[in-house]
Design a protein around this ligand. Structure first.
Ligand code: BG6
Length: 478
């Protein structure tokens, strides 16, 4: 791999958690991997008072210690100011001069449009020769379909897609990228990857953490907006997309957009929403969601959502995709479970085997990254009896993964200009369009809001959603 070209990473929101916990450690890891040149610099912008040393010191305990960090910290500068004040942009222009830059918007979403407008108005997005200027936008990209379209229109009026990097940090996870390699670099996958062999797909992002200090953001957002049209749909798209013609960014993004557009509009009966009450997760006491600071005491915001979706394509017709995500659940568990159909003929019916369980392929993203395939084998002995076993691949057993934040690839790609892992406007809008009917139904208050106990697997309605199709969720944490 070649070093990223010389550039400045300009971070709006440099004193925030994202910068400290994820961006700066990722930059240090890239440096350790030899992928950053000596001429890479960081310019952090924040609203708090402070100077270069303040920012550097605030990052010290999060960065990976070593020569790289010692050297890199000298190349970090701080600029105090309001995210939309003219003075800040004039100072950024002065600091950058003719250098290439990635402007990273790690700010609350209400600033995205205004910052891009200021960058464009001050000529900061102008590219010339090999000098690039790119803007990286964190989620949430919009609050619903209309606001996402409005934000896209605002930004695309000023910049071409090639300068816009809409982030979804799930795409930085190794296992997520590995879905593409697993599917398209192995012959046997594609042969069974369709509705003839696959019964259904489950996508789960279960978290043990509660809403905690994020009450004001979360109460206006909820689990559906926070996780589904972005993170869970990225996983769905990786599983369900058609093979692209090449590994080119646009070829891949075209196929992902097509799948997202093919999601059939769901109705309230295909959605379950839950909110956690008071209880315990492991040994931790968890106050009820409605007692979280900055959450309305009569809040109807969901902290859990489960959906049944259909993808209207030749390949997936009749294969339900069940999605679920929630806070304060029994275990941290992000996984995709692909359940295959039963074998077509019960060859072993005269043997002491009453039922052959379906094969499953599990892509585990968290807490550990692995791929597991269930299979049946014969138990030793004179009588034909089967035993369930697994073929498993765990990333950590084969590769060194220590200390990765998941942002390394994303940052490197922004600097080298590879947009494969970033979303184009139509992908974002297709994601919102697919969940908009449910958001609308919930405004009309269709569909119960169920309570669930912290430390459980979620509300009873989520189990019923599958049971009525004769199916069951894969146990959280298993
Ligand atoms: C964020 C959500 O985008 O993703 C959070 O806003 C959620 O609510 C987080 O906790 C989950 O990401 P990860 O990588 O920790 O699974």
């Amino acid at each position: 791999m070649k070093k990223a070209p010389p550039a400045t990473l300009v971070i709006f929101g440099a004193t925030g958690d994202l910068t400290r916990r994820l961006l700066v450690p990722a930059v240090t890891n890239l440096c350790t991997d030899g992928l950053l040149g000596k001429d890479f610099t960081i310019l952090g912008i924040g609203r708090s008072d402070g100077d270069d040393e303040m920012l550097r010191a605030s990052l010290d305990k999060f960065a990976t210690e070593g020569d790289c960090w010692r050297d890199l910290r000298k190349r970090i500068a701080y600029l105090q100011g309001d995210f939309t004040a003219d003075r800040v942009f004039d100072d950024v222009a002065k600091a950058l001069g003719d250098r290439s830059a990635v402007f990273y918007l790690a700010t609350p979403a209400q600033f995205f449009g205004a910052i891009v407008e200021k960058l464009a108005a001050k000529g900061l997005m102008a590219e010339a020769g090999s000098r690039f200027r790119r803007v990286a936008i964190e989620k949430p990209f919009g609050h619903d379909l209309a606001s996402a379209k409005a934000l896209d229109a605002r930004i695309l009026a000023l910049l071409p897609e090639s300068q816009i990097y809409r982030l979804d940090h799930f795409l930085g996870k190794e296992t997520v990228q590995n879905i593409l390699v697993a599917r398209f670099a192995n012959q046997w996958f594609e042969a069974v990857w369709n509705n003839r062999y696959i019964d259904h797909v489950q996508i789960t992002a279960a978290e043990t953490v509660e809403v905690g200090s994020r009450g004001s953001f979360y109460d206006a957002t909820g689990a559906l907006r926070d996780m589904v049209p972005n993170h869970l749909f990225q996983l769905l798209a990786m599983i369900a997309m058609e093979p692209p013609n090449s590994f080119d960014a646009d070829a891949i993004r075209d196929e992902k957009a097509k799948v997202l557009r093919a999601i059939r509009k769901p109705t309230a009966v295909c959605a379950v929403r839950g909110q956690y009450g008071k209880g315990r997760v492991g040994s931790r006491n968890v106050p009820a969601y409605r007692k979280v600071p900055d959450v309305a005491t009569d809040s109807r915001t969901e902290t859990y959502v489960a959906l049944k979706l259909e993808v209207d394509t030749w390949r997936w017709a009749g294969v339900p995709f069940y999605l679920r995500t929630g806070k304060a659940l029994a275990a941290r568990d992000t996984e995709i479970v692909v359940t295959f159909k039963a074998v077509p003929y019960a060859l072993f019916r005269d043997c002491p085997i009453d039922r052959l369980p379906a094969n499953r392929l599990i892509f585990q993203l968290q807490p550990d990254e692995s791929i597991v395939l269930d299979m049946l084998v014969k138990k030793p002995g004179p009588v034909i009896k089967t035993a369930g076993t697994t073929l498993d691949f765990t990333y950590a057993d084969h590769f060194k993964l220590s200390g990765r934040t998941g942002y390394e690839t994303l940052l490197y790609d922004m600097m080298t200009g590879d947009q494969t892992l970033f979303q184009r406007a139509e992908q974002i809008e297709a994601g919102w369009a697919a969940v908009q009917p449910i958001l609308d139904d919930w405004v009309k208050d269709k569909g119960r809001l169920e309570s669930y106990a912290p430390g459980s697997a979620g509300p009873a309605g989520a189990d019923a959603l599958l049971e009525r199709d004769g199916r069951f969720w894969h146990r959280i944490g298993q």
